[in-house]
Design a protein around this ligand. Sequence first.
Ligand SMILES: *Cc1c(COP(=O)(O)O)cnc(C)c1O
Length: 404
Amino acid sequence: MLDIQKIRADFPILSEKVNGKPLVYFDNGATSQKPQIVIDAEAKYYQEINANIHRGVHTLSQLATDAYEISRVKIQHHINAKFSHEVLFTSGTTHGINLVTNGFASILKPGDEVVVSSLEHHSNIVPWQMLCEKTGATLRVIPMNEDGELIIEAFDALLSEKTKVVTVNHISNALGIINPIKYIIEKAHAFGAAVLIDGAQAVPHLKPDVQDLDCDFYAFSGHKMCGPTGTGILYGKEAWLNKLPPYQGGGEMIKEVTFEKTTYADLPHKFEAGTPNIAGGIVLGTAVDYLNNIGFHNIHKHEEHLLEYATKRLLEIEGLKIYGTGKNKASVISFNIDGIHPYDIGSIIDKLGIAVRTGHHCAQPIMNFFCIPGTIRASFSFYNTKEEIDVMVEAVKKAKTMLS
Ligand SMILES: *Cc1c(COP(=O)(O)O)cnc(C)c1O
């Protein structure tokens, strides 16, 4: 069992007050809070070893470069990538996905097909739409059912030799549904398609094994897993990263000019033009260590309890409907109360110190599917407690009374 109070003491913000009330932070799906060790590591970098990396021969530059590369290897081991040069530092999931879609612009042809799912975050829809517009490829969408699960038979039927890329999220940010990605990857590969997994919502809850999954790309953000904002990782299989053109530089002219430069020769530098978020990249390694010290098995157990408890307690409220009722779920609950706009509930409970997300959660197609403007989303982390869930349930009840 986790000592939650001890863990909570690692996060200074959790003892803050918001609107005069103790903060109840249930917006972990948008970004997680940061432990002191991560906050300190960021300052320590600037205090002790700040220098540009891969450039100078001077000592500080060497120290900064070493710390950055040690972090890359740490993340390589964390996700079980075969090589450290398959681990690219990005500014986040959005950046990673765009890096890949940009690369596929030189691969896809009219008539080719890209398969996305109806459960995607806008970050994993819009770049593929832009790619299809650019190349003349067609976007196909895996439909979902009323429980918020992908309809797998429909996915099977979408696949053909025209399918060049399949992309789905590991866990849906809007509903918390865990997708059967291993099956999806295997099926897509049988048709020769590449697979990108949007792991943004998965990495705070589990440790992905990219070799076991056998995905071609896996993108995630650092800020949702206790790391700094503006950090992220794109894992790509070596063969694909060698095949894709670099992202930054963009235009064909620049591509050639840059091609003569040494930077292109080696992964991962081919995709890491310019001075990166050095501190962020190093500190993302600190965050990964922190999570591994707690242990993903322990995180899973605790979050599963929270999900179960919150689901039961929320359903005590009459007129409350949960979206995403599939069996395989992460600790995310999206809900509405009959006849009340989610925004109104969100605003009232915010006054009571409770942070939840309201709106479409960057997943408008899901809201359209359910014919709703949005939901209230409570997303739990390992540092949340049952007591906090009780506070939220009472607050939602109060808001309901005020609004009906
Ligand atoms: C948050 C999120 C993104 C976007 O991540 P950024 O950090 O904003 O780039 C993409 N997909 C999913 C599923 C997300 O939850």
